[in-house]
Design a protein around this ligand. Structure first.
Ligand code: SF4
Length: 383
């Protein structure tokens, strides 16, 4: 059966709205080596980076239409989402996650689309929470959400075994936020969700703000003021050229150093050492003891050399980079009755060959890697 992948054509940096051209192009089934191998708990890629994180997209749908992720011009009422039968079942997701954990994955993150739109997600959380690493530990189980349904779901997710949540919030001002989410969703409802998650024990909670120059960069200081001194860690993320539908251009990137400068002009900041080698966010703390913020410099200070993340799409393709133009179909192996050892061998084969470092090579121009108009969309694979 032909299956849809999300590909969108655009003129990069052009002012014309993106055009939507969904294509039906099956990805190749992941290669299964002739001699399947048992996982050893450590798997290095071609650049020596271990497989440590697996981000699992559980739906390609979202209830927001954020202008940088699922712009209405593309994701409108006629947009063809994946049919239910194409999605990995909870059992299939758990099987892949179990094999990945045996290969050394210690952190599982559920994403979307908006993951809380997937029906009975608590059941999947419970299944993943029961997994164990080779040394007997439960993997760190987290979820990224826009917060819209969090107030309703926080306690049941916690009860099912979820450890933490990260919540996206791009502004504190209702008018700006509504312009960003493009569905008239109010800030107060997201803040309620964050507080509910805190009460449920889903912490430490990180709040992610994507800073898009000319759209919400005026919200940097209001966000910093609001979250300073509280229990949440606010992180500012540089606007990235993920996918092909958001018309990204470099002029819209507000460098992290500028974010630090703007905040520091009013609320004194100093850098703090990373919690661990390769931490994505650079840590800064308020000198008056008011807590800390994180700066994720995906564009201006790429961190590919420490990138240990693989991504599993909603319908079972494994991607080795957020900016990949193609995935490797694991669902085909699952549904063809392949054994765990064969799927394990396929994942090992893929990861060992991985040499992705898109963000480090972004400046190389049109001939650089991953520069087609067919980069995978963030709403399809998670951030
Ligand atoms: S560009 Fe790819 S390799 Fe680099 S940090 Fe992002 S996901 Fe990892």
């Amino acid at each position: 059966m032909a299956e849809k992948i999300i590909m969108l054509a655009r003129a990069r940096g052009a002012s014309a709205p993106p055009t939507c051209a969904p294509l039906f192009a099956p990805a190749p089934a992941a290669h299964v080596p002739a001699a399947p191998e048992a996982p050893t708990g450590v798997l290095g890629d071609a650049l020596g980076r271990p497989l440590h994180d697996l981000r699992i997209s559980v739906t390609d749908r979202c209830n927001f239409r954020c202008v940088y992720c699922m712009p209405k011009a593309v994701f409108d009422k006629d947009y063809a989402y994946l049919p239910h039968a194409a999605l990995l079942s909870f059992e299939e997701i758990t099987r892949i996650a179990r094999i990945a954990v045996a290969h050394g994955v210690g952190k599982l993150r559920l994403t979307g689309g908006e993951p809380l739109l997937r029906k009975n997600l608590e059941k999947l959380v419970g299944m993943l929470a029961a997994l164990r690493t080779p040394d007997g530990r439960a993997p760190d189980l987290t979820l990224t959400t826009n917060g819209a349904l969090l107030a309703k779901k926080a306690q049941s997710l916690r009860d099912a075994g979820l450890n933490r949540v990260t919540v996206s919030l791009d502004a504190l001002d209702d008018a700006v936020f509504k312009r960003m989410n493009d569905v008239d969703f109010a800030v107060a409802d997201v803040l309620d969700g964050i507080d509910a998650a805190h009460r449920a024990g889903l912490g430490p909670i990180k709040v992610n703000m994507v800073v898009k120059g000319g759209s919400n960069d005026g919200q940097i200081l209001p966000m910093a003021r609001h979250f300073k001194g509280g229990p949440y860690i606010l992180r500012f993320i540089e606007y990235m050229d993920v996918g092909a539908s958001n018309g990204w251009n470099m002029a819209q990137v507000v460098p992290s150093i500028e974010v630090a400068r703007r905040i520091g002009a009013e609320l004194a900041l100093e850098p703090v050492a990373a919690n661990y080698s390769g931490e994505t966010a650079a840590r800064w703390r308020y000198t008056d003891g008011g807590g800390e913020i994180g700066l994720i410099s995906s564009v201006t200070q790429a961190f590919c050399r420490h990138c240990t993340r693989a991504r599993l799409s909603t319908e079972g393709k494994l991607y080795t980079c957020l900016f990949a133009t193609g995935g490797h179909d694991l669902r085909a192996l699952l549904r063809a009755g392949r054994s765990d050892a064969e799927i394990s061998g396929a994942i090992a084969h893929l990861w060992r060959a991985r040499a992705d470092r898109y963000s480090e090579t972004r400046g190389l121009g049109p001939g650089g890697p991953g520069r087609g108009a067919d980069k995978v969309e963030m709403s399809y694979i998670g951030g």
